[in-house]
Design a protein around this ligand. Structure first.
Ligand code: V47
Length: 383
């Protein structure tokens, strides 16, 4: 714990020491510029250690974006295009299956699948993609479709969210990614993605997914002109749903990349804001086990530092990422296992390869592409 701390942090420090929950006002204090970042980081690091011991997780994964054509026009998105755009594409079944084959060939345990809301593709196409991948590569965990897509499927299929999710699970869906949350507060949401379902809808879809036994992730997009109180509001809404369901596995703060977007006049978030957001998330989200420092968006250096500011996960080796790279992201295309483990070891943590559900992955020593999961991950070391 901190030997000396900023006066405004004292009561927060006490709460953390006593395992008490922080409230909205505490959240605002944690973002106050006069409160030193390193002290906020140290508190978050204590909580991280308490929850996850010295471990830092990663997985072997690949991304798949079956189409970039999207009816929504989110101001922050450089990935989507209009149907008539020359850069528009829709992947064939063969291309989708080739991505699955490449993933297995490279020892991946997960495919992360998200795309656009294509005006001419029916519900059956989206379902079909899950089915063919699952049938061809049953060992690959399919973490697919954000709540925004599930909402779109519901309007296409004219079925309840429960029935849509039940169809997807039957087809082979393993879990849902956390995208589409952006910023819940209507003052910002309306401005950056007014066509998207609102916060209540995003949360309802995750609530139903959790009820059906799916684990999901959650995100926050920051650096889009919001203020600290909007971020805190977002975190509290996630925390409230997590109290109810316990279904979120990991929270991922996403640093905005402005290039090629309609918000290109915004400066990218500073490393200071990145680290503070990781730390504040760790402190406010006392009921979400993992905080992911998504190296693709943070950059490798900041992601590595984030492991000392509350994060316990770097995401994965990541092949074929498009959303950030289209928006000016300069991180590498893909990291090797040796590179990601080195990042973690340099930060003083023990690298643990996990599957999507945070079970430890054990690789065959002779043939590393073959793997199994340990039933449980041992409890964290005492702080
Ligand atoms: O919802 C879009 C964000 C999200 C930009 O669940 C942008 O494990 C920054 O959710 N700059 C999709 N961010 C990515 C996502 C995700 C990524 C990795 C892991 C997981 C997980 C989820 O990316 C979107 C949006 O919030 N985004 N454009 C941009 N220009």
């Amino acid at each position: 714990m901190l030997r000396t701390c900023h006066p405004k942090l004292r009561s927060i420090q006490e709460k953390i020491e006593n395992g008490q929950r922080l409230d909205r006002d505490d959240g605002r204090v944690l973002y106050a510029p006069e409160v030193p970042l390193n002290q906020v980081g140290q508190l978050a690091n204590t909580v991280r250690q308490r929850i996850n011991g010295n471990r830092a997780y990663y997985n072997l994964n690949t991304h798949l974006n079956p189409t970039n054509i999207c009816v929504n026009r989110c101001a922050f998105c450089a990935f989507r295009v209009d149907p008539e755009d020359a850069k528009g594409y829709v992947m064939s079944d063969a291309q989708v299956l080739e991505r699955g084959r490449e993933a297995v060939e490279n020892g991946c345990t997960e495919i992360h699948i998200v795309g656009g809301l294509h005006p001419e593709k029916g519900y059956d196409w989206y379902l079909h993609l899950i089915r063919i991948l699952h049938e061809a590569f049953p060992s690959l965990h399919l973490k697919a479709w954000t709540a925004i897509e599930v909402d779109w499927f519901q309007s296409l299929a004219k079925k309840s969210i429960r029935d849509v999710l039940t169809d997807l699970i039957a087809a082979g869906l393993g879990s849902m990614p956390g995208g589409g949350a952006e910023i819940f507060h209507p003052e910002i949401r309306q401005r950056i993605c007014g066509q998207k379902p609102d916060a209540a809808r995003w949360l309802d879809i995750h609530r139903m997914a959790h009820r059906l036994g799916l684990r999901t992730n959650c995100t926050l997009l920051y650096g889009v002109g919001e203020q600290a109180h909007h971020r805190i509001d977002h975190l509290l809404r996630l925390r409230e749903l997590q109290d109810e369901t316990g279904g979120f596995q990991t929270f991922i703060p996403l640093a905005f990349h402005p290039r090629n977007t309609r918000l290109a006049d915004h400066a990218p978030p500073s490393a200071l804001l990145d680290l503070r957001t990781v730390a504040v998330s760790r402190l406010m989200l006392d009921n979400i086990e993992h905080i992911k420092a998504y190296w693709i968006m943070l950059g490798l250096g900041t992601a590595q530092l984030a492991l000392a500011y509350g994060a316990d996960d770097l995401d994965g080796t990541v092949r074929h990422e498009a959303i950030c790279h289209q928006a000016g992201g300069t991180t590498p295309e893909c990291l090797s296992v040796a590179q990601i483990e080195q990042q973690i070891r340099e930060a003083g943590r023990e690298p643990v390869e996990r599957d999507t559900l945070y079970r430890r992955v054990i690789r065959d020593a002779e043939e590393p592409r073959r793997w199994r999961v340990a039933e449980t991950i041992p409890a964290p070391l005492a702080p």
